[in-house]
Design a protein around this ligand. Structure first.
Ligand code: B16
Ligand code: MG
Length: 217
């Protein structure tokens, strides 16, 4: 029986991908690195340190670990400053309605994001009230596609994976949900999240009614 929902943040609740892109682009320009939206697409759901690794590999650049960490911090400072522009109007269409509906129906709800800045993003959206548990990049050390972040959420909700539905927009996020034994809802194109148990092109279609019809009570 489904008792809980675990949501990814970027690409499911709100679209912070553009702000991540602008911050990485500022760093890349500063460093003389090539970086465009195609490379940015590879960073979806990927942790900050893995993201800078992908960008450096794309530019065939290699640097000492401490310098890489300093550059990731520089990008993060730019990104965090840009979060001030997120408002309560910046939910992806359908996300706030679904979170409200889950509260009304008494489901348990957790966040399962790779971001270490999820608290700030949820505050800007005024969305903290919809979550019983916040699981993010600060909660576990192994990032997606490892299932750890979703297992953390389920455990804190006091539920088994088989009692939870995970919403994800990233390929690695759906892999993580499947590896943990969760039901998965993919948000986005089939070539990205088509391996989820059920896939919707946007959050607007992924209503409680629709999703419940795919998973036996
Ligand atoms: P931060 P999600 C992910 O969020 C983003 O999709 C990804 O682009 C970002 O690198 C990652 O969070 C880490 O974010 O630098 O804020 O810790 O989709 O897992 O909610
Ligand atoms: Mg995401």
């Amino acid at each position: 029986m489904i008792k809980g929902f675990i949501f990814d943040l970027d690409g499911v609740i709100t679209d912070t991908a553009e702000l991540h892109f602008l911050a990485w682009k500022a760093l890349a320009d500063d460093m003389g690195w090539q970086f465009d939206r195609d490379v940015n697409e590879k960073l979806r759901g990927v942790s900050r340190m893995d993201s800078i690794g992908i960008i450096m590999e794309h530019n065939t650049v290699s640097l000492p670990e401490d310098e890489v960490a300093a550059l990731a911090t520089k990008k993060n400072d730019i990104y965090v400053a840009s979060l001030d522009q997120i408002t309560t109007e910046d939910y992806l269409p359908g996300a706030r309605e679904l979170l409200t509906h889950l509260r009304q129906e008494g489901f348990k709800v957790a966040l399962g994001s790779a971001s270490k800045n999820s608290t700030k993003v949820l505050q800007q959206l005024n969305a903290t009230k919809y979550f019983d548990v916040i699981g993010d990049g600060n909660s576990v050390s192994k990032s997606k596609p490892a299932p750890d972040i979703f297992l953390f959420g389920a455990e804190k909700l006091d539920l088994k994976p088989a009692e939870c539905i995970v919403y994800e927009d990233a390929e690695s996020g759906v892999d993580a949900a499947k590896a943990g034994g969760f039901f998965s809802v993919g948000i986005g194109p089939k070539d990205r999240v088509g391996h989820a148990d059920v896939c919707f092109s946007s959050m607007k279609e992924a209503t409680l009614f629709e999703v419940k019809s795919h998973f036996k009570e």
